[in-house]
Design a protein around this ligand. Structure first.
Ligand code: P6P
Length: 337
């Protein structure tokens, strides 16, 4: 036994710990005394669904799941095989989690009630199972978007239960099936990114507390629709053209959003002739992305300059015009509206 006078070896401090999504969420849970673990189970379920979908997305031609399913979804869009498959995977994985009261999907007209408040239903989960799926045939990045809300047992209608303003979200995130599979999430304490290590089947923490640059001269919009944009948006685009901005538009929201989150810039889907209220859905696209952007130091507003997360939805699939991204870039758009 060395005596106290002997030089003790320096204690090793490991700074680049290996942290999985599972352990990250469990550690987060310890910050909430009395937390039951229900919430962690939901994130775990979403993570499992993401791994299953990632495998199918990366083998669509080999598994012969490209193309149309022959049905039309509630949005009036041709459903693709992968839309249906991704939706089924998430419904089947989340359906088994005892703390979920209501599930809402872009692919289904009505929310699904799994259990009432007195039966243990504490949370509602809304999701777009495979946003941008029309890009699958050209192997462009697509994504799953999710948001978690509290279930109010006093509200009985499923639609009324899920129609909550974005600032009431408990957690939100997306999975981007891109050149890598990344899982980006916020529970209201910063934005954190995990990358799927398919050799071990785990999402591993690769970046914590992501903060967007306050300014970045990149705008992301489908300029083919510009003729139908309200005048303020047309003025903004003209200003951006004259001030050295670059244009980047993939046409897959999760991919455009991830670039904006990581590099800065502003993503816009204004009112158009075809979509006078914008194309993107408030509850399970605009709100989760807005939560992430605000947590990363950015901003998200509608075409009227109103904070997106203050809108109280009246319908589950309502659409909203959207401007989100770096704080100063959103301000530059609003200044022209
Ligand atoms: P447009 C995909 O269909 C989607 O819902 C989003 O992922 C994407 O941002 C948007 O539509 C693209 O729409 O009209 O530019 O093709």
């Amino acid at each position: 036994m060395p005596d106290s006078t002997e030089q003790q070896p320096p204690r090793r401090v490991v700074t680049d710990n290996l942290v999985s999504l599972q352990s990250f969420i469990l550690e987060e849970e310890t910050r909430y005394p009395g937390a039951s673990g229900d919430f962690s189970w939901i994130i775990s379920a979403i993570s499992l669904a993401a791994k299953i979908i990632a495998h199918k997305v990366r083998h669509v031609r080999l598994q012969n799941v490209l193309g149309e399913d022959g049905t039309i979804n509630v949005q009036g869009e041709d459903q693709l095989h992968m839309d249906v498959i991704a939706n089924e995977v998430i419904m089947r994985v989340l359906g088994g989690r005892g703390s979920i009261a209501v599930l809402g999907s872009e692919e289904e007209e009505q929310p699904t009630i799994l259990r009432r408040g007195h039966e243990g239903g504490k949370y509602c989960v809304l999701f777009d199972p495979l946003d941008g799926s029309s890009n699958l045939d050209t192997a462009v990045g697509v994504g799953t978007i999710f948001t978690i809300l509290r279930n109010d047992p006093k509200i009985h209608g499923a639609v009324e239960t899920v129609c909550q303003a974005g600032h009431q979200q408990v957690a939100a995130g997306y999975v981007l099936y891109g050149s890598s599979t990344v899982f980006v999430i916020t529970t209201g304490r910063g934005v954190h990114m995990f990358e799927l290590d398919s050799s071990i089947g785990s999402f591993m923490l690769v970046q914590s507390n992501i903060q967007m640059p306050a300014s970045k001269k990149i705008y992301s919009v489908n300029e083919a629709n510009a003729e139908g944009f309200p005048e303020g948006f047309q003025k903004y685009l003209k200003w951006a053209h004259q001030n050295g901005y670059s244009s980047r538009y993939i046409g897959s929201m999760v991919a455009d959003m991830h670039r904006t989150l990581m590099n800065g810039g502003v993503f816009l889907y204004p009112p158009t002739k075809k979509h006078p209220n914008g194309k993107l859905r408030l509850l399970y696209e605009a709100n989760p992305m807005s939560f992430l952007v605000e947590q990363a130091g950015g901003a998200s507003v509608t075409a009227a300059g109103q904070r997106t997360m203050d809108i109280v939805p009246s319908q589950m699939h309502e659409r909203v015009p959207l401007v989100l991204g770096s704080k100063n870039e959103v301000a530059a758009v609003v200044a022209h509206l």
